[in-house]
Design a protein around this ligand. Structure first.
Ligand SMILES: Nc1ncnc2c1ncn2[C@@H]1O[C@H](COP(=O)(O)OP(=O)(O)OP(=O)(O)O)[C@@H](O)[C@H]1O
Ligand SMILES: [Mg+2]
Length: 238
C-alpha cells in the first residue's frame, strides 16, 4: 500500500495532529514508518524536534528513526539550514524516503505549506510524486482556508501528485464561527473531481495517541478502508 505525505494549507494548521493520529490509528493494524524529514524551530522545544517526537511516540519508535534534520531556528528550512551551516542533502532525503517502506507504512509530515522548499529547488509539493506517496492536505478550519486549500491542491496536482484528499482540522475549542460552519460544504462543492474531503477532525483537548487516533478514525477509514494491510506482525486488528 502507498504511504502518505501529509502537507497542509500553512504552518500551524494541524499537520502533526493529523499525521500523529493516523500513525496511532495505523499502528494497531501493522507496522508504521512515520517520518518528519526536516523540522525547524527546535529551540522553542528545548532543542527537541517536537513534531517528530509526537510521531515517534504515536508509533512506539525512538526519535532517531523519525527525524533526519532538526534545525534550531523557527524559520523556513532552507533559511534555518543556511544560517546554521547545515546541508539539506537531496540524496539523503531521497535515501531516507526510500528506506521507509521496508519498516512499515510510510506516513511523512511535510514542513510548512506545500510550496516550502525542503532543500533549495525541491518543494514539499514535489515529494509525493518523487517518493511514490499519496498526498493528504490538512486544511486549518478558519476564514481563508477555501482559497488556501484549492491553491494547495492545484500546486500538488501540477507537480504530478496523487492527491488522496483534504482533511479539515478544527483549530480551537468552543463554538465554530459562521465561516468555520460553512467551510466543509464549500470545499465539497469546489474541490476538483477526484479529490474528496476525507473528513473533519475535531479539536482534541489532550493530544495523546489514543485520543488522536479516535479523532482521525473517519479520515483513516476513508484513506485505508478495508485495504489496510501494512505487513506482518499486525497487532490488535479490529
Ligand atoms: N485538532 C486539534 N485539536 C487540538 N489542538 C490542535 C488541533 N489541531 C492543531 N492543534 C494545535 O495547534 C498547533 C498547531 O498544530 P500542528 O502542530 O499539528 O500544526 P502543523 O501544521 O503540524 O505545524 P508545523 O508547520 O509547525 O509543522 C499545535 O499546538 C496543536 O496542538
Ligand atoms: Mg507539524
Amino acid at each position: 500500500m502507498k504511504g502518505l505525505l501529509v502537507t497542509g494549507t500553512d504552518t500551524g494548521v494541524g499537520k502533526t495532529v493529523v499525521s500523529a493520529g493516523l500513525v496511532a490509528w495505523a499502528r494497531r493494524r501493522g507496522p508504521v514508518a512515520p517520518w518528519k524529514p526536516v523540522e525547524s524551530g527546535t529551540a522553542e522545544h528545548g532543542g527537541r524536534p517536537a513534531d517528530a517526537a509526537l510521531l515517534a511516540r504515536c508509533a512506539g519508535l525512538e526519535l532517531e528513526h523519525v527525524c533526519l534534520v532538526a534545525l534550531s531556528e523557527p524559520l523556513a528550512p532552507v533559511v534555518a539550514a543556511r544560517r546554521a551551516g547545515v546541508e539539506l542533502s537531496v540524496a539523503a532525503l531521497d535515501a531516507g524516503a526510500a528506506a521507509l517502506s521496508a519498516r512499515g507504512l510510510p506516513i511523512v509530515e511535510g514542513v510548512g505549506g506545500a510550496l516550502v522548499e525542503v532543500s533549495e529547488g525541491l518543494m514539499v509539493a514535489d515529494l509525493p510524486a518523487r517518493w511514490g506517496l499519496r498526498a493528504v492536505v490538512v486544511a486549518g478550519n478558519r476564514l481563508g482556508v477555501l482559497s488556501h486549500t484549492l491553491l494547495t491542491v492545484e500546486a500538488l496536482l501540477a507537480r504530478g501528485a496523487d492527491v488522496a484528499g483534504v482533511v479539515l482540522n478544527t483549530l480551537h475549542a468552543g463554538p465554530p464561527s459562521v465561516a468555520e460552519q460553512n467551510n466543509a460544504a464549500e470545499l465539497r462543492r469546489t474541490l476538483p473531481a477526484g479529490v474528496p474531503l476525507l473528513g473533519t477532525v475535531p479539536f482534541v483537548a489532550e493530544p495523546e495517541p489514543e485520543a488522536l487516533a479516535r479523532a482521525v478514525e473517519g479520515v483513516a477509514l476513508r484513506l485505508f478502508g478495508g485495504r489496510m494491510d501494512v505487513g506482518q506482525g499486525a497487532q490488535g486488528k479490529r
